[in-house]
Design a protein around this ligand. Sequence first.
Ligand code: CA2
Length: 147
Amino acid sequence: MSLIYVLNGPNLNLLGKRQPHIYGRETLADVEVNCRLVALKFGHDVRFHQSNREYEIIDWIHEAREDAAGIVINPAAFTHTSVAILDALNAFDPPVIEVHISNVHKRETFRHHSFVSHRADGVIAGLGIEGYQLAIRRMASLITLPT
Ligand code: CA2
């Protein structure tokens, strides 16, 4: 059994509570349950976190260096601003998959650039919260694929 970190950035704690036209009606707790179910199907475990503080996300990425087989990350607004999160991910060797609930490319131009995409092995955007399950499924393949 491998451990997959699922990390969520600022304001995603409000998922399902505001702006349902953009982010849907399901909550982050629903996302966590879905991730755990898919991971379990492939025999893996999930460590699931959300923070509104950049340093906490960086600390979890550092922690993942010790025990994770991969990171699925929705950095939220830090996607577009954080060289620090990119630097932390660059110090993490296993696969990284970036997830966005909305299609960031269909939105304001400031959402079109992602620092995290410079490191991510794959990016999913615009598939709603299902994107997390697809990311876990892909992560399971990457974990078992010979390098
Ligand atoms: O589409 C995504 O998943 C985003 O990462 C979400 C971020 C946004 O800054 C990115 O450009 C795209 C925003 C997360 C805020 O989530 C909320 C959810 C419900 C209500 C309010 C905010």
